[in-house]
Design a protein around this ligand. Structure first.
Ligand code: ADP
Ligand code: NA
Length: 340
């Protein structure tokens, strides 16, 4: 009987893009109606790969600005950055001692991000899912909205919670915490578009770390940049099909139709009802216009907020104090349970 609570995070590790927006932030906004929500700028995750310190400070503020500009309410809910609440690091250490090395070695994101030279990846990159479990469980969060790429990490959070509950079951009961200290968190992979692909390669996910700026639409892109990137997006030469089945084997077309549907709040079939049989030369300008109308105001509000860093820092400081007030007693309980 854990009270419902939502936690999720976004890394301040580069350009926030359309994938982050449709795969994560749109859901963060919607969940505010029904849940208590905690949204975290996960700066400690960002440094698992090298970050320029000055850039990092700016990016922390930019993700915060994106949250607020997209409609997250930092007064009703909690918005903060991870490094300001030390429970995340403390609990991650305990989880490093609960999780198994083999579990970490199986993570596909580690394999992707570490590349060929795995011995030279940071130890933090390998242990990343353990910190992510700490982020979530420090608040005993029951629901985590994420994109599809985070599914495997979420399963690991569940495994860690389960193993902690089992390994310490006697101590948990003896300290009056019943039969489970941590909830088994549910992933919410439900948004309008759980997997947005690169505009340059329909088989790769749109990502902050893609070296090509034309691969993604950044939330800070202005109207011209958005329109141009969509115009230059890779496509095949055929007209759009009139049925969703016709998108099979056409990853770029499928991706663009999916983006249109997500931005318009309709289905791919409804998009094809309008655009089936038409060429990309007609579809792309329509998609560009739609993207500009949805993202333009958010980018503008982000730029406005970024002009007052002190205001953003105040939002983060207030959020950190409220997050700490929830997480600290959870960590105190962990210490008792572990025997510290
Ligand atoms: P990135 O993968 O670009 O570095 P993060 O790891 O900070 O971004 O992810 C932030 C959130 O955005 C996560 O919930 C993640 O699942 C979601 N997300 C990231 N890329 C995509 C994408 N291409 N499509 C849908 N959701 C995505
Ligand atoms: Na990710």
């Amino acid at each position: 009987d854990f009270q419902p609570r939502v936690f999720s995070g976004v890394q301040p590790s580069g350009n926030l893009h359309l994938g982050n927006y449709l795969g994560a932030i749109v859901n963060f906004v919607a969940l505010q109606e029904s849940h208590d929500c905690i949204y975290c700028v996960v700066d400690m995750h960002a440094i698992t790969v090298w970050q320029d310190p000055r850039e990092l400070s700016r990016q922390i503020r930019e993700v915060t600005a994106a949250f607020v500009a997209s409609g997250i309410d930092p007064v009703k809910h909690i918005v903060f950055n991870q490094s300001q609440v030390s429970v995340h690091a403390e609990l991650a250490w305990v989880f490093n001692c609960v999780a198994r090395i083999g579990w970490m070695n199986r993570m596909t994101q580690f394999k992707d991000k570490a590349g060929k030279d795995k011995e030279n990846a940071s130890l933090g990159l390998l242990a990343y899912p353990s910190l992510m479990a700490a982020d979530i469980l420090a608040y005993k969060a029951t629901h985590v909205p994420v994109g599809e790429d985070q599914k495997q990490h979420l399963e690991l959070t569940r495994d860690i919670a389960q193993k902690f509950n089992n390994d310490f079951s006697e101590s948990i009961a003896a300290h009056g915490f019943g039969d489970a200290y941590f909830p088994i968190t549910e992933p919410l992979i439900t948004g309008p578009a759980t997997r947005i692909m690169s505009l340059r390669d329909g088989t790769k996910k749109m990502s902050k770390s893609d070296p090509s700026d034309y691969s993604r639409i950044n939330l800070t892109d202005d109207a011209d940049a958005i329109a141009q990137k969509i115009r230059k997006a890779k496509t095949d030469a055929d007209a759009l099909p009139s049925e969703v089945d016709g998108l099979k084997g056409r990853p770029e077309a499928d991706n663009l139709v999916g983006i249109y549907a997500a931005l318009a709040g309709t289905t791919k079939q409804q998009v094809l009802d309008t655009f089936g049989g038409r060429q990309f030369s007609e579809f792309k300008p329509a998609l560009g216009e739609l993207a500009v109308s949805r993202l333009g105001p958010i980018g503008e509000e982000m730029r406005r907020l970024m002009q007052d860093p002190g205001h953003i820092d105040a939002i983060l400081a207030a959020g950190a104090a409220r997050a700490e007030a929830i997480a600290r007693p959870v960590m105190d309980g962990v210490k008792d349970v572990v025997g510290f």
